[in-house]
Ligand binder design. Structure first.
Ligand code: AMP
Ligand code: MG
Length: 405
């Protein structure tokens, strides 16, 4: 009995192992998940400094209308001068340290500047335009949780606190094996009945998109000896993905050969469309995904089953894409019994609501519909009809899909 889409994904996530932790230079960690909780070793900002170009003053000297002599000048990067003397102001630039004793900064535009003095024009309050040491982050604060993906904001925080290297999990090395007698390499001259192996390219691109490392093993023919040799090689990687040869056809030998290598099959066949014959197994600690060969099935089963698994192995705490509720603009019919991964067009209406419709012919053989799609709708297995106005679950495709208005 085929298992459900959600059971399949859960079994996969339960089985795949976490990879080892390595320390890498900060920029190499961008986009990856940090492997340990990060505790701030220091305060941010590290010292009291000015948020504006202006004058550092003591508020008790600053009744409206008072004139203060300007004594000294502080640029960003200069060391704090001696204590601010009462009855004076220190010229100060944004980012420069606040002189000891000063407790406000008056921006240029808020005072009247004379030859060597300034006149206060408005009320000055304690702390005006001062960034206090530690107001952003105090030493000992937990600032980034293990498993967080490092976006430019987290990289900025880590750099501010002088983390030149950071702990991340190894990038997963993913062996990609296409199988099929009809397959040709991209550069090979066309032969009759030949189909270009596009799956390896699609999978490699998808693996790269999440900062993992694709290893293209090329094509194994539909015979035991070729499959054995290539699968043996693939099992050296952290993960093996095969495409095609996993249905019930006469030459569908992938599962048989995997079994010879002691791959413990966890499931074969999922109540999902497309992607029904998907198989998943473990060879000791190496996950093996056997994806159906149809390019659309290959890509969608990667998207829903393999991508989350690879992210988990690399230590991400968020491995599933966010689901949004989108409003259907056309009725949809499907057969009950299998969850459908529908390729959809998405747009945002004047109210900011997300609208969804089919991206085109949903036949698995139609690649173009996937090219035209911005997202995938996950249509409940048990339902057979969705009406205009129904809210359905969708997620975006790709790392940075933008939606048109
Ligand atoms: P199979 O699962 O072996 O029955 O293959 C299903 C369909 O996918 C067939 O039409 C194959 O020609 C096609 N196919 C299989 N592997 C690839 C591949 N690597 N690239 C493009 N199409 C493929
Ligand atoms: Mg085949």
């Amino acid at each position: 009995m085929p298992i459900s889409f959600y059971e399949a994904r859960q079994q996969i996530l339960d089985k795949v192992p976490l990879l080892d932790i390595e320390k890498v230079p900060l920029l190499e960690a961008a986009g990856r998940a940090i492997a340990e909780d990060i505790v701030a070793p220091q305060a941010l900002p590290p010292f009291n400094n000015s948020a504006m170009d202006g004058y550092a003053v003591r508020i008790k000297d600053c009744a409206t209308g008072t004139t203060l002599a300007v004594k000294g000048s502080l640029l960003a990067g200069s060391t704090a001068v001696d204590k601010a003397q009462s009855g004076t102001a220190v010229r100060i630039m944004t980012g420069a340290p606040i002189p000891q004793g000063a407790d406000a900064v008056i921006p240029f535009e808020d005072c009247q500047e004379g030859e060597e003095n300034i006149t206060i024009l408005q009320t000055v309050k304690k702390g005006d335009h001062i960034r206090w040491a530690g107001e952003d982050i105090r030493p000992g604060d937990q600032v980034i949780a293990a498993g967080t993906q490092l976006r430019p904001a987290e990289i900025s925080l880590l750099a501010s606190m002088r983390f030149a290297t950071v702990p991340v999990r190894r990038r997963v090395r993913v062996a990609i094996l296409a199988t099929g007698d009809e397959l040709q390499d991209i550069n090979e001259l066309y032969f009759e009945g030949g189909i270009v192996n596009s799956n390896s390219w699609a999978l490699a691109a998808a693996v790269r998109e999440i900062n993992a490392i694709p290893l293209m093993l090329g094509i194994a023919r539909d015979n035991l000896s070729d499959l054995r040799a290539k699968i043996k090689e693939g099992l050296q990687a952290d993960v093996l993905i095969t495409s095609a040869g996993v249905s019930a056809g006469d030459r569908d030998l992938v599962r048989e050969v995997l079994q010879e290598f002691n791959v413990q099959e966890q499931f074969w066949k999922v109540r999902v469309k497309p992607g029904h014959p998907t198989a998943f197994g473990m060879c000791a600690k190496t996950p093996v995904f056997s994806l159906p060969g149809n390019p659309v099935s290959t890509m969608l089963t990667f998207e829903e089953f393999v991508r989350p698994a690879l992210l988990k192995m690399m230590g991400h705490h968020t491995v599933l894409k966010a689901l949004y509720k989108a409003t259907l603009t056309e009725p949809l019919k499907k057969k009950p019994g299998r969850l459908q991964m529908l390729r959809v067009s998405l747009k945002i209406d004047q109210n900011g609501d997300m609208l969804v419709s089919s991206a085109g012919d949903q036949n698995t053989g139609i690649l173009r519909t996937l090219v035209d799609a911005q997202g995938i709708a996950l249509l409940d297995a048990e339902r057979d009809f969705f009406a205009v106005g129904d809210k359905i679950d969708v997620h975006l495709l790709g790392a940075s899909t933008a939606l048109g208005y």
